[in-house]
Design a protein around this ligand. Structure first.
Ligand code: GLN
Length: 264
């Protein structure tokens, strides 16, 4: 559906087909004012997903508020890569598989993994209490069980805890200076979910440094990266004694988007 169709369907509470079958329908006052409010917000640059309060990701519905990043199609590639790895390397152990989603935001990654791997145990953390609230609602909405924790990466993390065979993350990766140059919709998204520091790879540096004690031996770190970041992220990995890069996956635009590394 395009944006106009989505907006009308939301306001009228109907599906796309009825929209076209009832072309002569005259909006009542309430529908008219709700529609013009939605259109006004959109005209100001508010992303449609925040206006509607939800989006689709991996075929599932997610509730959204401006506390969380709007899930992107590229992130589906991250989830698909993780699922492929799990099925290839760990198919016999899925029952015991523990996966941590670092910086879960809306929970889109954790919830889709939980949905596809019902026997795995999924954990998710975020620094933002507001984001965790949304992620919890999304777990309930999609009827999955996830263990949520508030933490700045591993800082508030129970250290005695688990060693994960798989840690997944779509960290903030936009260089600070570039955020304001991107399309105006981005300004409505939480800065904390976008800002990757002056060179954009601040969180990759931290995750690569801080994750080894939390990864099982042979455990995998699967991360989404931004445009043109492959080289610097590979560099960070190569300077770390703990990891070996095993795969880089390109997205549909031919951009290196997902990196997979193994704890040696
Ligand atoms: N994990 C969430 C997502 O991929 C949020 C990521 C983030 O806030 N940087 O959409």
């Amino acid at each position: 559906m395009n944006e106009t169709e989505l907006t009308f369907c939301e306001v009228l509470g109907c599906d796309r087909l009825s929209l076209y079958l009832n072309k002569d329908y005259i909006l009542n006052k309430d529908e008219g004012s709700r529609l013009s409010l939605a259109l006004r917000k959109r005209a100001l640059g508010q992303p449609l997903q925040y206006i509607l309060g939800r989006t689709e990701f991996m075929g599932l519905t997610f509730k959204l508020t401006p506390d969380v990043l709007i899930p992107r199609p590229e992130t589906e590639l991250l989830v698909e890569t993780a699922l492929k790895i799990v099925r290839k390397f760990a198919s016999s152990q899925v029952r015991k598989l523990k996966i941590l989603d670092l910086g879960t935001g809306s929970g889109c990654i954790a919830v889709s993994l939980a949905k596809s791997l019902p026997e795995a145990k999924i954990y998710a953390s975020d620094i933002s209490a507001g984001a965790l609230e949304v992620a919890k609602e999304n777990a309930a909405l999609n009827k999955v069980n996830i263990e949520f924790m508030q933490s700045d990466l591993f800082s508030n993390y129970p250290l005695s805890a688990i060693r994960y065979p798989l840690i997944i993350s779509n960290p903030p990766y936009i260089p600070t200076e570039e955020i304001d140059k991107l399309q105006p919709e981005i300004r409505y998204e939480p800065k904390v979910a976008l800002d990757g520091g002056s060179d954009g790879v601040f969180f990759f540096r931290r995750i690569i440094k801080e994750s080894p004690p939390h990864l099982a031996r042979g455990g995998l770190l699967v991360m989404e990266m931004g445009f043109n970041q492959e080289k610097s992220i590979k560099n960070i990995f190569q300077n770390s004694p703990d990891f070996e890069i095993i795969e880089v996956v390109k997205d549909y635009n031919g951009i290196e988007r997902v990196i997979v590394a193994k704890k040696v």
